[in-house]
Write a protein that binds this ligand. Structure first.
Ligand SMILES: [Ca+2]
Ligand SMILES: [Ca+2]
Ligand SMILES: [Ca+2]
Ligand SMILES: [Ca+2]
Length: 397
């Protein structure tokens, strides 16, 4: 009994240790069918479990550098591998790949900031900033590599791939391909600069998947940098811009809400459905109002920020104060957008905007507004005086 217990514990410890060290080694890209679409996730062979579905960004670490002589250097890895489950093991809501079918891939170019390329590089310094990889190639291959090799070199062309493997009769597949970075230079760092390399593959077993992104580290880099790169791809390439972030720059500000100017009354289509927030196939004031009240970003500069502010909050600090009223006054009677005092997307600052500001004057969306917000009853006095001033100015003009 005693020996048996010790032996069991020893075995358990060995299993736990093996699992811990092997986990990073063998988490594969999982292919599944969902509603007739080819989707990807992860399967952990050590846990024998599906660990994600709907995942489209994968990461890995290149091993190396390897000096091939003649100034040629390489980094290589075979992670992640590619996996499909037999029909009996597919999680609920998904189905297995068809049996006895070739699973193929292509390397596809993708856009970052208006540029299209099939291989991208970021040195891992500062903010995430990928650029087309100029002098390095990333080959995807299997044995024999003279027959099965697709090489991305940073152009904007699709690179035809090959058959990864053929599924078994019940849909199962498990195959590792070789990823190889190669460059030429006086040193390994010259040949293949340290940092992160990214490419995208589309998988097909008829249907074809969306682009699936691979971001692999090479040479000197850190894990937080790698996570930042993954986050960047998740946000900018997979999820698309957040609602209301019409220029897709990562925030919802006056530049975004001002895009409504001139669009009211436009049917969708031909209008862009991203502007039609309430989904009634018409771009109108209701969408603008919804944008202002639920999506437009505010920040009081003191740690309170969020989305959705008040009409008239031209400086988007979450409160409608004399500062906003003054801004409106300065721009009264002129063309302008939200930051000049426009509250109805008309593209000019008029009595309509003054009235809208008046309705929310002294109010705040902040949880704890600054004490300097004037009482609402100060408005009549201030607005009355300001209006007289502007009218005088208008008469002068
Ligand atoms: Ca924006
Ligand atoms: Ca609408
Ligand atoms: Ca304000
Ligand atoms: Ca206006």
């Amino acid at each position: 009994m005693r020996m048996s217990l010790i032996k069991s514990l020893t075995m358990l410890c060995a299993v736990v240790a093996a699992t811990t060290t092997a986990r990073a080694e063998h988490i594969d890209l999982l292919m599944l069918l969902k509603d007739g679409e080819l989707v990807t996730g992860t399967f952990d062979f050590d846990l024998d479990a599906v660990t994600s579905t709907g995942q489209r960004v994968y990461d890995g670490e290149f091993g190396g550098p390897f000096n091939l002589g003649g100034g040629v250097y390489q980094y290589t890895t075979d992670v992640p591998g590619f996996n499909a489950l037999s029909s009996a093991n597919v999680p609920a809501g998904f189905s297995a790949l068809p049996g006895n079918s070739d699973v193929t891939f292509d390397i596809v170019p993708f856009d970052i900031d208006g540029t299209s390329a099939n291989l991208w590089y970021w040195d891992g310094v500062g903010a995430v900033d990928f650029a087309p990889a100029a002098s390095v190639t990333w080959a995807v291959s299997k044995v024999p590599s003279f027959a099965f090799k697709a090489t991305a070199a940073g152009s904007n062309a699709t690179v035809p791939g090959f058959t990864i493997d053929t599924t078994s009769p019940d849909g199962f597949l498990h195959k590792h391909l070789d990823f190889t970075l190669e460059g030429t230079g006086a040193t390994a760092e010259d040949a293949i600069p340290s940092g992160f390399y990214a490419l995208a593959m589309e998988f097909s077993v008829n249907p074809t998947s969306d682009p699936i992104y691979f971001i692999h580290g090479a040479g000197t880099h850190t894990e937080p940098q790698h996570e930042a790169a993954i986050e960047y791809f998740e946000t900018n390439l997979v999820s698309g811009p957040a609602p209301g972030d019409f220029d897709a720059d990562g925030d919802v500000d006056d530049v975004d809400i001002d895009q409504y100017i001139g669009l009211f009354g436009t049917a969708v289509p031909p209008g862009d459905e991203k502007f039609d927030l309430d989904g009634n196939n018409l771009i109108e004031l209701a969408d603008y109002n919804q944008h202002a009240q639920t999506l437009l970003g505010y920040d009081n500069g003191g740690g309170q920020s969020g989305q959705g502010t008040l009409f008239g909050d031209s400086n988007r600090d979450g409160s409608v104060t004399l500062v906003d009223l003054n801004t409106l006054g300065m721009n009264f009677g002129q063309a302008g957008g939200w930051s000049q005092g426009d509250s109805n997307g008309s593209g000019d600052i008029t009595l309509v905007d003054l009235n809208a500001l008046g309705m929310s004057f002294g109010q705040s969306v902040l949880a704890s507004p600054s004490p300097s917000v004037p009482e609402p009853n100060a408005l009549a006095l201030v607005a009355g005086g300001a209006l007289a001033l502007w009218r005088r100015r208008e008469r002068r003009n």
